[in-house]
Ligand binder design. Structure first.
Ligand SMILES: [Zn+2]
Length: 55
């Protein structure tokens, strides 16, 4: 599935069946968070805050 990077505006490839909250690294160096909602998929730059990584 193709989308557009919200940081650099270039095409960004995301999984066919993305999970909300999934993170994708883009060529421009940005980390993009995938937000899945009832209206579709949104992409936003991941700020990297969060100290409670579950992994
Ligand atoms: Zn980018």
């Amino acid at each position: 599935m193709n989308a557009r990077c919200p940081v650099c505006g270039r095409p960004l490839e995301i999984p066919e069946d993305p999970v909300s909250g999934e993170l994708v690294d883009h060529d421009c160096g940005a980390t993009i968070e995938i937000i899945v909602s009832g209206e579709g998929i949104k992409l936003k730059p991941f700020q990297g805050v969060g100290e409670d990584w579950g992994e």
